[in-house]
Design a protein around this ligand. Sequence first.
Ligand code: GTP
Length: 593
Amino acid sequence: MISKIRNFCIIAHIDHGKSTLADRFLELAAHVPRRKMKEQFLDQMDLERERGITIKLQPVRLNYQSYELNLIDTPGHVDFSYEVSRSLAAVEGAVLLVDATQGIQAQTLANLYLALDHDLAIIPVINKIDLPNAQIEESVKELSDLLGVEESEVIKISAKKGTNVKKILEQIVKQIPAPPEQEKNELKALVFDSNYDDYKGAVVHTRLFSGQIKAGDKILFKAQNKITEVSEVGYFSPFFKKTEQLKNGQIGYLVTGFKNISDIRVGDTIIHQGSKIKPCAGYKEVKPMVFASLFPSSGDDYKNLRKAIEKLKLNDSSLIFEPESSRALGFGFRCGFLGLLHLEIVQARLEREYDIGIITTVPSVAYQVKLTNNRAKTIHNAEEWPEPEEIEEVREPFVKLDIITPQKYIGQIMPLAENFRGNYLNTEYLHSTQETRAILHYEMPLSSILTYFYDKLKSVSSGFASLNYEFIDYRPADITRIEILVAEEKVPALSCLVYKDSAYKQARQIVDKLKEIIPRQQFVVKIQALVEGDIIAASRLAALRKDVTAGLYGGDVSRKKKLLQKQKKGKKKMQSQGKVEIPTKAYLEVLKR
Ligand code: GTP
């Protein structure tokens, strides 16, 4: 009965205890057998458990009293905000979980605003009240102010110990509305996730907004315009549990005939073949925003790396890759990621699960370049950069950035954000009984966030500031390319893209670094940095002088002179041939700068 269904998710900043709370729900209402109950059940991947970061959504059906509660776990990190938004579209309510030792953080807010946009019922909860440093009263006040609810409505729990967790279930039943009934009985189902199962193949995670679906149905994925037949439907117990059918309001899975999950797009709507029903609103394709190349540390591992990436891609359709070869690093892959965390996770999984040593180049963004011949080009790396006279305009991705911080650090954060090219917009305040905290709003190039901004923010705020960002659009940027010449020869793999106003400084750094790393030769080696045809930084590597006269005894001066003369000639010849072996370390220093 639809009136007995409640669909909800938990939204929280990273580490505020979402997975731990989900575990308690599972114990209370899904009766997961103890031996199968690993800690943090919903984060199934080992890496997730180790890092404590939820990457994939893992839904589960809970039976509480006579109610069917469908919980969708949501990732709390910025890289996955589109997945958060899809989970929110699949439910009617959200448990807003805040760590009482931390208070509201940037991602709590970002996710809360998303939830309010979706008109969800919000159940405010503060967690970790068992900890001695929990600021219970402050956190309750902060939450009640933010949401405009009575302080008594904020539930105080310890997810770890299970204290008051039942109260949340009671409020879920009371406050979250049942899914609406529909007059029409035509199938309309939202895809909010998918996974690849070794036995079943591509599995769709879905929420039905009308009609029903069962095995044997012919269905159409609207945005992808792909037709397939359903071979099985069911729900998550949290294990796959096969059922006859799924009905309006329910959350569950369906197994399709697709071979891989790239055929399934999160946010797509499933309808019956031939149906004219309007699809769910808000479909958006996720696009990778951060790019980096991955090379195996040992060339022999190239084939293994390819296999491993293909395997990862099976369960991660947002990962994109294409083969690449570099003179310096050999064969590898140019990859696109949703964000830095996504990159880090992929890299760690390749190393851990597939035992392949990986060299990662410095992450970069994609530039949109308008050429003078009116064509447009998307550029991911310096080697593809057009000649200066071909460029009409360059645009770079910009993000909206929110930083939450205790007020006392504002003085350090503002100059830092400015240094990283942030445009300050405004400040809001979160009031609590003791310490007022500020929300600083900025717009900033995405590339700034890739270059240590987060680390510096953490260090100037003693770890208290948190940030969240969201892509807004592409904006004009003054970008240029630094090219490097070694012994008068261009080394394309050493070139890089920089802001024009920092080109001089960066060129100097690269040249100095290379001087340290490139071994001295028999002849003088010039190391030069070139921007738009001008040399803006240069350095000389002195020649090694081999003592060619060492074998001579006594004072045969003319013979000595002859030998030195011969050496000089030889050096000239070598210099003109300009062959300098550049060690891989030099490339890495520049690529990983
Ligand atoms: P992400 O999956 O990364 O978003 O984190 P999460 O929100 O799922 O947090 P998780 O459940 O992994 O908890 C983070 C840490 O806080 C873990 O070490 C938990 O053991 C701990 N923790 C969670 N709830 C409590 C609590 O009520 N009390 C105490 N003392 N620790 C808790």
